[in-house]
Design a protein around this ligand. Sequence first.
Ligand code: PFF
Length: 470
Amino acid sequence: MATQSSQWNNNTAFLLAATGSAVGLGNIWGFPYKAAENGGGLFVLLYIFFVITLGFPVFMAEVFIGKKGKSNPVSSVESLAAKSNSSKKWGIVGYAGILASLIIAGYYAVIAGFVIDYGFISAQGVAEGTAKDIWANQQSTFFDMTFWTVLFIVGSCYVVANGIDAGIDKAMRFLLPMLFILVLAMVGYGAYQGDFNAGINYLFSWKADDIETTGQAAAIVQAAIGQAFFSLSIGMGTLMAFGSYMPSSQKVSKASGVVVTADTGVALLAGLAIFPLAFGLGFDPKEDAFGGSALVFETMPEAFAQLGVIGQLVGPLFFFLLAVAAFSSMISILEPSVAFLTQKFSMSRMKATGVILLVCISLSLVSIAGHNVWKDVSVGALDNPFEFMKYFADDFLLLLVGTGMSVFVGWRLQKVIDADTMGISNTTMMNLWVFILKWVSPIFLMTIWTLGNLQVLFEYDLLFEIINLF
Ligand code: PFF
Protein backbone atom coordinates (compact mmCIF):
# COMPACT_ATOMS: atom_id res chain seq x y z
CA MET A 1 0.00 0.00 0.00
CA ALA A 2 1.44 3.32 -1.03
CA THR A 3 -0.05 5.61 1.59
CA GLN A 4 1.40 6.04 5.04
CA SER A 5 0.23 6.97 8.46
CA SER A 6 3.30 8.85 9.75
CA GLN A 7 2.56 12.30 11.03
CA TRP A 8 4.60 15.00 12.73
CA ASN A 9 3.72 14.71 16.39
CA ASN A 10 3.21 18.45 16.83
CA ASN A 11 2.29 21.57 14.86
CA THR A 12 5.70 23.19 14.86
CA ALA A 13 7.46 20.20 13.30
CA PHE A 14 6.46 21.07 9.73
CA LEU A 15 7.45 24.70 10.25
CA LEU A 16 10.86 23.74 11.57
CA ALA A 17 11.53 21.06 8.99
CA ALA A 18 10.41 23.14 6.02
CA THR A 19 12.31 26.21 7.22
CA GLY A 20 15.39 24.09 7.85
CA SER A 21 15.01 22.79 4.32
CA ALA A 22 14.53 26.20 2.74
CA VAL A 23 17.32 27.98 4.59
CA GLY A 24 20.48 26.48 3.21
CA LEU A 25 23.51 27.01 1.03
CA GLY A 26 21.14 28.63 -1.46
CA ASN A 27 20.60 31.54 0.94
CA ILE A 28 24.09 32.06 2.28
CA TRP A 29 26.28 30.82 -0.55
CA GLY A 30 23.95 31.50 -3.48
CA PHE A 31 21.78 34.55 -2.90
CA PRO A 32 24.41 37.22 -2.12
CA TYR A 33 26.56 36.55 -5.16
CA LYS A 34 23.67 36.07 -7.55
CA ALA A 35 22.31 39.44 -6.41
CA ALA A 36 25.72 41.03 -6.90
CA GLU A 37 26.15 39.53 -10.37
CA ASN A 38 22.66 40.17 -11.66
CA GLY A 39 21.86 43.81 -11.21
CA GLY A 40 22.07 44.27 -7.41
CA GLY A 41 18.92 45.97 -6.15
CA LEU A 42 17.10 45.08 -9.35
CA PHE A 43 17.70 41.37 -8.72
CA VAL A 44 16.72 41.69 -5.06
CA LEU A 45 13.45 43.35 -6.00
CA LEU A 46 12.72 40.81 -8.74
CA TYR A 47 13.56 38.02 -6.31
CA ILE A 48 11.16 39.32 -3.66
CA PHE A 49 8.51 39.94 -6.33
CA PHE A 50 8.75 36.36 -7.63
CA VAL A 51 8.83 34.88 -4.15
CA ILE A 52 5.47 36.53 -3.46
CA THR A 53 3.77 36.14 -6.84
CA LEU A 54 5.02 32.72 -8.00
CA GLY A 55 7.09 31.09 -5.26
CA PHE A 56 4.48 31.34 -2.51
CA PRO A 57 1.55 30.04 -4.64
CA VAL A 58 3.56 27.11 -6.06
CA PHE A 59 4.99 26.36 -2.60
CA MET A 60 1.41 26.06 -1.31
CA ALA A 61 0.49 23.84 -4.28
CA GLU A 62 3.31 21.45 -3.45
CA VAL A 63 2.48 21.29 0.27
CA PHE A 64 -1.19 20.84 -0.64
CA ILE A 65 -0.45 17.82 -2.84
CA GLY A 66 1.46 16.24 0.04
CA LYS A 67 -1.11 17.03 2.69
CA LYS A 68 -4.03 15.79 0.59
CA GLY A 69 -2.20 12.82 -0.94
CA LYS A 70 -0.69 11.79 2.42
CA SER A 71 2.14 9.91 0.82
CA ASN A 72 5.48 10.17 -0.97
CA PRO A 73 5.65 12.55 -3.97
CA VAL A 74 4.86 9.91 -6.60
CA SER A 75 2.04 8.15 -4.75
CA SER A 76 0.50 11.45 -3.61
CA VAL A 77 0.28 12.74 -7.17
CA GLU A 78 -0.97 9.39 -8.48
CA SER A 79 -3.69 9.00 -5.87
CA LEU A 80 -4.90 12.58 -6.32
CA ALA A 81 -4.90 12.05 -10.08
CA ALA A 82 -7.10 8.99 -9.59
CA LYS A 83 -9.46 10.98 -7.33
CA SER A 84 -9.86 13.65 -9.97
CA ASN A 85 -10.30 11.22 -12.88
CA SER A 86 -6.95 12.19 -14.33
CA SER A 87 -4.29 9.99 -15.84
CA LYS A 88 -1.91 8.12 -13.58
CA LYS A 89 0.83 9.54 -15.80
CA TRP A 90 0.77 12.70 -13.68
CA GLY A 91 2.95 10.65 -11.36
CA ILE A 92 5.80 11.66 -13.63
CA VAL A 93 5.82 15.04 -11.85
CA GLY A 94 6.65 13.20 -8.64
CA TYR A 95 9.33 11.08 -10.32
CA ALA A 96 10.94 14.16 -11.87
CA GLY A 97 10.97 15.82 -8.45
CA ILE A 98 12.72 12.81 -6.92
CA LEU A 99 15.24 12.73 -9.77
CA ALA A 100 15.98 16.44 -9.20
CA SER A 101 16.38 15.86 -5.46
CA LEU A 102 18.92 13.08 -5.98
CA ILE A 103 21.00 15.08 -8.44
CA ILE A 104 20.95 18.06 -6.10
CA ALA A 105 22.00 15.81 -3.22
CA GLY A 106 24.96 14.70 -5.36
CA TYR A 107 26.39 18.17 -5.82
CA TYR A 108 25.08 19.86 -2.65
CA ALA A 109 27.00 17.38 -0.50
CA VAL A 110 30.22 18.28 -2.30
CA ILE A 111 29.89 21.98 -1.47
CA ALA A 112 28.95 21.03 2.08
CA GLY A 113 32.07 18.84 2.21
CA PHE A 114 34.19 21.87 1.32
CA VAL A 115 32.40 23.84 4.04
CA ILE A 116 33.34 21.31 6.75
CA ASP A 117 36.89 21.12 5.45
CA TYR A 118 37.15 24.91 5.56
CA GLY A 119 35.85 25.01 9.12
CA PHE A 120 39.02 23.15 10.13
CA ILE A 121 41.29 25.06 7.76
CA SER A 122 40.15 28.43 9.06
CA ALA A 123 40.43 27.28 12.69
CA GLN A 124 44.09 26.50 12.10
CA GLY A 125 44.59 29.97 10.64
CA VAL A 126 45.18 30.99 7.04
CA ALA A 127 48.22 33.12 6.24
CA GLU A 128 47.46 36.35 4.38
CA GLY A 129 47.70 36.05 0.61
CA THR A 130 47.39 32.24 0.55
CA ALA A 131 43.61 31.69 0.35
CA LYS A 132 43.60 31.53 -3.42
CA ASP A 133 46.20 28.76 -3.54
CA ILE A 134 44.51 26.85 -0.74
CA TRP A 135 41.23 26.90 -2.66
CA ALA A 136 42.90 25.68 -5.86
CA ASN A 137 44.61 22.95 -3.87
CA GLN A 138 41.45 21.83 -2.08
CA GLN A 139 39.66 21.33 -5.36
CA SER A 140 42.43 19.25 -6.81
CA THR A 141 42.32 16.57 -4.14
CA PHE A 142 39.83 13.90 -5.19
CA PHE A 143 40.31 11.74 -2.09
CA ASP A 144 40.16 14.55 0.47
CA MET A 145 37.04 15.89 -1.15
CA THR A 146 35.51 12.43 -1.15
CA PHE A 147 36.23 12.04 2.55
CA TRP A 148 34.43 15.25 3.60
CA THR A 149 31.57 14.71 1.17
CA VAL A 150 30.93 11.14 2.30
CA LEU A 151 31.11 12.21 5.94
CA PHE A 152 28.40 14.78 5.27
CA ILE A 153 26.19 12.31 3.38
CA VAL A 154 26.52 9.64 6.09
CA GLY A 155 25.66 12.20 8.82
CA SER A 156 22.54 13.36 6.97
CA CYS A 157 21.46 9.79 6.23
CA TYR A 158 21.85 8.91 9.90
CA VAL A 159 19.25 11.55 10.84
CA VAL A 160 16.89 10.52 8.04
CA ALA A 161 17.17 6.84 8.92
CA ASN A 162 15.91 7.63 12.42
CA GLY A 163 12.53 8.69 11.09
CA ILE A 164 10.59 11.92 11.01
CA ASP A 165 10.15 12.49 14.74
CA ALA A 166 13.19 10.90 16.36
CA GLY A 167 15.40 11.93 13.44
CA ILE A 168 14.29 14.98 11.47
CA ASP A 169 12.16 16.83 14.02
CA LYS A 170 14.67 16.29 16.81
CA ALA A 171 17.56 17.51 14.65
CA MET A 172 15.68 20.59 13.42
CA ARG A 173 14.73 21.66 16.94
CA PHE A 174 18.38 21.91 17.69
CA LEU A 175 19.74 23.12 14.33
CA LEU A 176 17.30 25.87 13.44
CA PRO A 177 17.64 28.11 16.52
CA MET A 178 21.41 27.71 16.19
CA LEU A 179 21.20 28.79 12.57
CA PHE A 180 19.28 31.97 13.35
CA ILE A 181 21.60 32.93 16.18
CA LEU A 182 24.65 32.38 13.97
CA VAL A 183 23.26 34.46 11.08
CA LEU A 184 22.43 37.33 13.42
CA ALA A 185 25.86 37.10 15.03
CA MET A 186 27.52 37.30 11.61
CA VAL A 187 25.40 40.31 10.59
CA GLY A 188 26.28 42.01 13.87
CA TYR A 189 29.94 41.27 13.36
CA GLY A 190 29.84 42.52 9.75
CA ALA A 191 28.16 45.75 10.86
CA TYR A 192 30.67 46.27 13.66
CA GLN A 193 33.83 45.30 11.84
CA GLY A 194 32.98 45.95 8.21
CA ASP A 195 31.76 48.69 5.95
CA PHE A 196 28.01 48.35 6.28
CA ASN A 197 27.14 51.13 3.85
CA ALA A 198 29.35 49.76 1.10
CA GLY A 199 27.81 46.31 1.61
CA ILE A 200 24.26 47.65 1.43
CA ASN A 201 25.13 49.76 -1.56
CA TYR A 202 26.62 46.80 -3.42
CA LEU A 203 23.69 44.54 -2.67
CA PHE A 204 20.81 46.94 -3.13
CA SER A 205 21.99 49.59 -5.58
CA TRP A 206 20.30 49.61 -8.95
CA LYS A 207 22.66 48.17 -11.55
CA ALA A 208 20.22 48.13 -14.45
CA ASP A 209 22.69 50.08 -16.61
CA ASP A 210 24.76 46.90 -16.97
CA ILE A 211 21.94 45.23 -18.88
CA GLU A 212 22.61 45.64 -22.56
CA THR A 213 20.70 42.91 -24.38
CA THR A 214 17.27 41.37 -24.07
CA GLY A 215 19.00 38.01 -23.55
CA GLN A 216 20.74 39.45 -20.48
CA ALA A 217 17.46 40.78 -19.15
CA ALA A 218 15.82 37.36 -19.63
CA ALA A 219 18.78 35.70 -17.93
CA ILE A 220 18.39 37.99 -14.88
CA VAL A 221 14.70 37.20 -14.63
CA GLN A 222 15.49 33.49 -14.94
CA ALA A 223 18.18 33.79 -12.27
CA ALA A 224 15.74 35.53 -9.90
CA ILE A 225 13.00 32.93 -10.42
CA GLY A 226 15.41 30.00 -10.29
CA GLN A 227 16.91 31.33 -7.08
CA ALA A 228 13.47 31.91 -5.56
CA PHE A 229 12.37 28.33 -6.33
CA PHE A 230 15.63 26.70 -5.26
CA SER A 231 15.78 28.68 -2.06
CA LEU A 232 12.20 27.79 -1.16
CA SER A 233 12.94 24.07 -1.87
CA ILE A 234 10.19 24.00 -4.49
CA GLY A 235 10.04 21.32 -7.18
CA MET A 236 11.98 18.48 -5.58
CA GLY A 237 9.30 16.63 -3.70
CA THR A 238 10.57 17.81 -0.31
CA LEU A 239 7.53 19.96 0.40
CA MET A 240 5.17 17.19 -0.72
CA ALA A 241 6.91 14.73 1.58
CA PHE A 242 6.92 17.12 4.56
CA GLY A 243 3.35 18.22 3.78
CA SER A 244 2.21 14.60 3.89
CA TYR A 245 3.17 14.41 7.58
CA MET A 246 1.19 17.55 8.50
CA PRO A 247 -1.43 17.11 11.21
CA SER A 248 -4.94 17.85 9.93
CA SER A 249 -5.33 20.88 12.20
CA GLN A 250 -2.47 22.67 10.44
CA LYS A 251 -3.40 24.93 7.53
CA VAL A 252 -1.35 25.00 4.32
CA SER A 253 -1.50 28.76 3.70
CA LYS A 254 -0.43 29.89 7.16
CA ALA A 255 2.35 27.33 7.51
CA SER A 256 3.67 28.15 4.03
CA GLY A 257 3.60 31.88 4.76
CA VAL A 258 5.80 31.42 7.84
CA VAL A 259 8.39 29.36 5.96
CA VAL A 260 8.52 31.65 2.92
CA THR A 261 8.99 34.73 5.12
CA ALA A 262 11.73 33.13 7.22
CA ASP A 263 13.60 31.96 4.13
CA THR A 264 13.53 35.33 2.41
CA GLY A 265 14.59 37.06 5.63
CA VAL A 266 17.64 34.82 6.00
CA ALA A 267 18.67 35.37 2.37
CA LEU A 268 18.69 39.14 2.90
CA LEU A 269 20.50 38.79 6.21
CA ALA A 270 23.17 36.59 4.61
CA GLY A 271 23.94 39.36 2.13
CA LEU A 272 24.22 41.78 5.03
CA ALA A 273 26.62 39.44 6.80
CA ILE A 274 28.99 38.83 3.89
CA PHE A 275 29.47 42.00 1.90
CA PRO A 276 30.07 44.58 4.66
CA LEU A 277 32.86 42.38 5.99
CA ALA A 278 34.50 41.98 2.59
CA PHE A 279 34.28 45.70 1.80
CA GLY A 280 35.46 46.68 5.25
CA LEU A 281 38.66 44.76 4.58
CA GLY A 282 39.19 46.55 1.29
CA PHE A 283 38.09 43.87 -1.15
CA ASP A 284 37.14 45.08 -4.58
CA PRO A 285 34.56 43.23 -6.70
CA LYS A 286 36.47 44.16 -9.83
CA GLU A 287 39.63 42.42 -8.66
CA ASP A 288 38.58 39.88 -6.07
CA ALA A 289 36.32 36.88 -6.46
CA PHE A 290 32.82 37.90 -5.44
CA GLY A 291 30.97 35.04 -7.02
CA GLY A 292 29.78 31.64 -5.78
CA SER A 293 32.31 29.18 -4.48
CA ALA A 294 35.16 31.61 -4.95
CA LEU A 295 33.41 34.20 -2.76
CA VAL A 296 32.94 31.76 0.09
CA PHE A 297 36.10 29.69 -0.25
CA GLU A 298 38.57 32.29 -1.47
CA THR A 299 37.54 35.83 -0.58
CA MET A 300 36.02 35.04 2.81
CA PRO A 301 39.04 32.98 4.06
CA GLU A 302 41.29 35.81 2.86
CA ALA A 303 39.12 38.24 4.83
CA PHE A 304 39.44 36.03 7.92
CA ALA A 305 43.20 35.80 7.37
CA GLN A 306 43.43 39.58 7.53
CA LEU A 307 41.71 39.52 10.91
CA GLY A 308 44.55 37.47 12.42
CA VAL A 309 43.67 35.59 15.60
CA ILE A 310 40.11 36.92 15.56
CA GLY A 311 39.76 35.40 12.10
CA GLN A 312 40.56 32.03 13.61
CA LEU A 313 37.37 32.39 15.65
CA VAL A 314 35.10 34.17 13.19
CA GLY A 315 36.14 31.97 10.25
CA PRO A 316 35.13 28.66 11.82
CA LEU A 317 31.92 30.32 13.07
CA PHE A 318 31.05 31.36 9.52
CA PHE A 319 31.71 27.88 8.13
CA PHE A 320 29.85 26.30 11.03
CA LEU A 321 26.85 28.44 10.12
CA LEU A 322 27.07 27.27 6.52
CA ALA A 323 27.45 23.64 7.60
CA VAL A 324 24.38 23.79 9.84
CA ALA A 325 22.34 25.39 7.04
CA ALA A 326 23.54 22.78 4.55
CA PHE A 327 22.89 19.88 6.93
CA SER A 328 19.27 20.77 7.66
CA SER A 329 18.65 21.18 3.92
CA MET A 330 20.38 17.95 2.97
CA ILE A 331 18.17 16.00 5.37
CA SER A 332 15.15 17.37 3.54
CA ILE A 333 16.62 16.62 0.13
CA LEU A 334 16.88 12.94 1.11
CA GLU A 335 13.38 12.56 2.55
CA PRO A 336 11.33 12.33 -0.71
CA SER A 337 13.32 9.43 -2.13
CA VAL A 338 13.51 7.59 1.21
CA ALA A 339 9.73 8.01 1.66
CA PHE A 340 9.25 6.79 -1.90
CA LEU A 341 11.26 3.61 -1.37
CA THR A 342 9.67 2.79 2.00
CA GLN A 343 6.14 3.22 0.72
CA LYS A 344 6.33 2.06 -2.88
CA PHE A 345 8.57 -0.94 -2.24
CA SER A 346 7.70 -1.62 1.40
CA MET A 347 11.34 -1.27 2.43
CA SER A 348 12.30 -0.58 6.01
CA ARG A 349 13.38 3.02 6.57
CA MET A 350 16.86 1.83 7.39
CA LYS A 351 17.19 -0.14 4.16
CA ALA A 352 15.71 2.65 2.03
CA THR A 353 18.16 5.15 3.52
CA GLY A 354 21.00 2.71 2.82
CA VAL A 355 20.03 2.56 -0.85
CA ILE A 356 19.78 6.34 -1.12
CA LEU A 357 23.11 6.68 0.68
CA LEU A 358 24.77 4.63 -2.06
CA VAL A 359 23.03 6.55 -4.85
CA CYS A 360 24.10 9.88 -3.31
CA ILE A 361 27.69 8.80 -2.87
CA SER A 362 27.86 7.61 -6.49
CA LEU A 363 26.43 10.88 -7.80
CA SER A 364 28.69 12.92 -5.57
CA LEU A 365 31.76 11.14 -6.96
CA VAL A 366 30.83 12.37 -10.44
CA SER A 367 30.40 15.86 -9.07
CA ILE A 368 33.73 15.69 -7.19
CA ALA A 369 35.51 14.52 -10.35
CA GLY A 370 34.06 17.60 -12.06
CA HIS A 371 36.42 19.66 -9.86
CA ASN A 372 39.58 17.75 -10.74
CA VAL A 373 39.96 14.60 -12.86
CA TRP A 374 37.01 15.49 -15.11
CA LYS A 375 37.44 19.24 -14.75
CA ASP A 376 37.67 19.76 -18.50
CA VAL A 377 35.17 17.12 -19.52
CA SER A 378 32.38 19.33 -20.80
CA VAL A 379 28.81 18.08 -20.96
CA GLY A 380 27.05 19.89 -23.79
CA ALA A 381 27.48 23.60 -23.22
CA LEU A 382 28.36 23.09 -19.56
CA ASP A 383 32.02 23.14 -18.50
CA ASN A 384 32.14 19.92 -16.47
CA PRO A 385 29.90 17.28 -14.81
CA PHE A 386 29.53 19.37 -11.63
CA GLU A 387 28.23 22.36 -13.57
CA PHE A 388 26.02 20.06 -15.61
CA MET A 389 24.40 18.49 -12.54
CA LYS A 390 23.79 21.91 -11.05
CA TYR A 391 22.28 23.22 -14.25
CA PHE A 392 20.18 20.16 -15.05
CA ALA A 393 18.61 20.02 -11.58
CA ASP A 394 18.32 23.71 -10.65
CA ASP A 395 17.53 25.36 -13.95
CA PHE A 396 16.09 22.61 -16.09
CA LEU A 397 14.16 20.17 -13.91
CA LEU A 398 13.14 22.48 -11.12
CA LEU A 399 11.10 24.87 -13.22
CA LEU A 400 9.59 21.94 -15.13
CA VAL A 401 8.42 20.25 -11.95
CA GLY A 402 7.22 23.60 -10.57
CA THR A 403 5.14 24.08 -13.70
CA GLY A 404 3.87 20.49 -13.57
CA MET A 405 2.64 20.88 -9.99
CA SER A 406 1.10 24.23 -10.74
CA VAL A 407 -0.84 22.87 -13.73
CA PHE A 408 -1.82 19.71 -11.87
CA VAL A 409 -3.31 21.55 -8.88
CA GLY A 410 -4.73 24.44 -10.91
CA TRP A 411 -6.34 22.42 -13.71
CA ARG A 412 -6.89 18.89 -12.40
CA LEU A 413 -7.50 19.26 -8.66
CA GLN A 414 -10.06 22.05 -8.62
CA LYS A 415 -12.68 19.71 -7.12
CA VAL A 416 -10.23 18.34 -4.57
CA ILE A 417 -9.07 21.73 -3.26
CA ASP A 418 -10.87 22.66 -0.08
CA ALA A 419 -10.79 25.86 1.92
CA ASP A 420 -10.27 23.98 5.17
CA THR A 421 -7.05 22.19 4.17
CA MET A 422 -5.73 25.40 2.64
CA GLY A 423 -6.87 27.62 5.49
CA ILE A 424 -8.15 30.19 2.98
CA SER A 425 -11.70 31.24 3.79
CA ASN A 426 -11.78 34.27 1.50
CA THR A 427 -13.10 33.21 -1.92
CA THR A 428 -11.31 36.00 -3.77
CA MET A 429 -7.98 34.86 -2.34
CA MET A 430 -8.75 31.27 -3.23
CA ASN A 431 -9.69 32.22 -6.79
CA LEU A 432 -6.57 34.31 -7.12
CA TRP A 433 -4.40 31.38 -5.99
CA VAL A 434 -6.04 29.01 -8.47
CA PHE A 435 -5.78 31.61 -11.24
CA ILE A 436 -2.04 32.00 -10.64
CA LEU A 437 -1.58 28.22 -10.68
CA LYS A 438 -3.66 27.81 -13.84
CA TRP A 439 -2.36 30.65 -15.93
CA VAL A 440 0.26 32.95 -14.54
CA SER A 441 2.86 30.55 -13.26
CA PRO A 442 2.79 27.97 -16.13
CA ILE A 443 2.94 30.62 -18.85
CA PHE A 444 5.59 32.62 -17.09
CA LEU A 445 7.72 29.70 -15.97
CA MET A 446 7.69 28.01 -19.36
CA THR A 447 8.51 31.24 -21.21
CA ILE A 448 11.48 31.89 -18.97
CA TRP A 449 12.51 28.24 -19.08
CA THR A 450 12.54 28.30 -22.89
CA LEU A 451 14.35 31.64 -23.20
CA GLY A 452 16.88 30.80 -20.50
CA ASN A 453 17.69 27.34 -21.83
CA LEU A 454 18.09 28.58 -25.39
CA GLN A 455 20.46 31.25 -24.13
CA VAL A 456 22.54 28.98 -21.90
CA LEU A 457 22.61 25.84 -24.03
CA PHE A 458 22.75 27.38 -27.51
CA GLU A 459 23.61 31.04 -26.86
CA TYR A 460 20.47 31.87 -28.80
CA ASP A 461 18.70 35.10 -27.80
CA LEU A 462 15.16 34.28 -28.91
CA LEU A 463 13.65 37.44 -27.44
CA PHE A 464 16.08 39.56 -29.41
CA GLU A 465 15.22 37.68 -32.62
CA ILE A 466 11.50 38.18 -32.03
CA ILE A 467 11.88 41.88 -31.30
CA ASN A 468 14.02 42.23 -34.42
CA LEU A 469 11.23 40.81 -36.54
CA PHE A 470 9.20 43.96 -35.95
N1 PFF B 1 16.51 25.39 -0.25
C1 PFF B 1 17.85 24.89 -0.04
C2 PFF B 1 18.83 26.03 -0.11
O1 PFF B 1 18.43 27.19 -0.30
O2 PFF B 1 20.01 25.77 0.04
C3 PFF B 1 18.23 23.83 -1.03
C4 PFF B 1 17.26 22.74 -1.21
C5 PFF B 1 16.76 22.02 -0.13
C6 PFF B 1 16.86 22.42 -2.44
C7 PFF B 1 15.83 21.03 -0.32
C8 PFF B 1 15.96 21.42 -2.63
C9 PFF B 1 15.44 20.73 -1.57
F1 PFF B 1 14.61 19.79 -1.77
